[in-house]
Write a protein that binds this ligand. Structure first.
Ligand code: NAD
Length: 359
């Protein structure tokens, strides 16, 4: 396929972007004809929910503040009850992928619209992808009903996002961009998002680590997160996302950190398969090669140094490799067990990527 043979078919939410943009919440609700919003957030964002309740012209009718990663079905029931009590006709998620995940699961059921105020770099606010975990098994799907109708990016909301969480979260956005560059259904436009997303995030994260209250760097990171989310929503993700999903689901590893640790090793594995994409990645990272550049960026922005450091044990590598063989086969990209085991072992121990370390 030449670069100019493609299908580009995406639906993306309206975006209001700017420091202080949360002041537009009431106006966005008005545009959408919303009367009664249920706030969906994690416990840490409760004060922010209260601030918005006081400034949103009485449109906030209730708060569900018990969102957590991967949308456990038992908590979703509590969220549904909160929505019914509030008489909600829409949801406003305030927070990262966990808060947005709950709002999406509610919207999937009710069809009510979502307004998202993202405070991490997960990109979920611009994808039609939902997920719910039941009995330890996460089911995911795509549905236009869960795509937020309006996204308000306000960098002021991210000033409290500590660098030790911001670094991995930013690398999660970089991972969306990285895999978009070699996706089978990439278009010139998704590649543009992806290259720009990596370039901007790679500059913003070190600036945030140095000065967490740097509003310009915080805005750049949110802009890059938006691009990462657009890439994630538009094209098919590959090896890296499948491995991260598998490690999170089977070994309970944290989402953003798992992506961040794994990325240099999955890119090492892709080096010979997608040389052009990896060259473009290296170019925007200003690095000799992409795996080394990503590993170095991770060290600079406080990404945990290994899967071991985020809870994986060495004796789980063989099981993870066996699961990965099945996942890659099912995805139509079969890969030898030895290669997957080497990749996971290298990521588990945190050795620098290179031939023989996940490649
Ligand atoms: P998260 O939403 O769980 O947030 C991580 C932590 O940061 C939480 O403790 C949260 O309270 C805290 N936090 C968030 N914003 C903060 C702020 N401004 N200041 C201080 N603390 C803050 O993490 P995440 O990585 O954004 O989301 C992970 C979840 O999102 C996973 O369940 C993942 O599967 C899902 N996800 C879904 C998609 C999709 O397209 N559907 C995309 C990416 C991630």
């Amino acid at each position: 396929m030449t670069p100019y043979e493609f299908v580009h078919d995406t639906q993306t939410p309206r975006v209001v972007f700017g420091a202080g943009a949360r002041a537009h919440l009431a106006g966005e609700a008005e545009r959408l004809g919303i009367q009664r919003l249920l706030v969906v957030c994690t416990p840490g964002r409760t004060a922010l929910a209260e601030e918005l309740s006081a400034t949103s012209g009485g449109r906030i009718a209730g708060v569900f503040n018990r969102a957590r990663q991967h949308v456990p079905s038992e908590d979703l029931e509590t969220a549904r009850a909160a929505a019914i009590t509030a008489g909600a006709d829409a949801y406003v998620s305030i927070g990262g992928g966990s808060a947005i995940g709950f709002a999406k699961a509610l919207a999937l059921h009710s069809g009510h619209p979502i307004i998202a105020l993202p405070t991490t770099y997960s990109g979920s606010e611009v994808t039609p992808v939902w997920g719910v975990t039941d009995g330890g098994k996460k089911t995911t799907g795509r549905d236009a009903r869960v795509l937020p109708r309006s996204v308000i990016y306000d960098a002021e909301l991210t000033l409290s996002f500590p660098p030790e969480l911001a670094g991995p979260s930013g690398m999660n956005a970089v991972a969306h961009c990285a895999e978009a560059l070699y996706a089978p259904d990439a278009s010139p436009l998704t590649s543009l998002y992806a290259e720009e997303g990596i370039r901007v995030m790679a500059a913003a994260l070190p600036a945030i680590v140095k000065s967490p209250r740097d509003i310009a760097a915080r805005s750049e990171a949110l802009y890059a997160a938006w691009l990462g989310g657009l890439a994630l929503g538009a094209v098919r993700m590959g090896l890296h996302h499948r491995l991260a999903h598998l490690l999170g689901g089977n070994f309970g590893l944290p989402h953003a950190e798992t992506h961040a640790v794994l990325l240099p090793y999955t890119m090492q594995e892709k080096l010979s398969e997608a040389p052009d994409a990896l060259r473009r990645m290296a170019h925007v990272l200003g690095a000799e090669d992409a795996p080394t550049g990503l590993y170095g960026l991770g060290r600079q922005v406080g990404v945990p140094e290994s899967l071991r450091a985020i809870g994986m044990r060495d004796n789980q590598v063989a099981q993870a490799a066996a699961l990965a063989v099945a996942a890659e086969r099912d995805a139509g990209e079969p890969r030898p067990e030895a290669a997957l085991r080497a990749l996971l072992q290298a990521a588990c121990s945190g050795q620098p990527p290179g031939p023989g370390a996940g490649g």
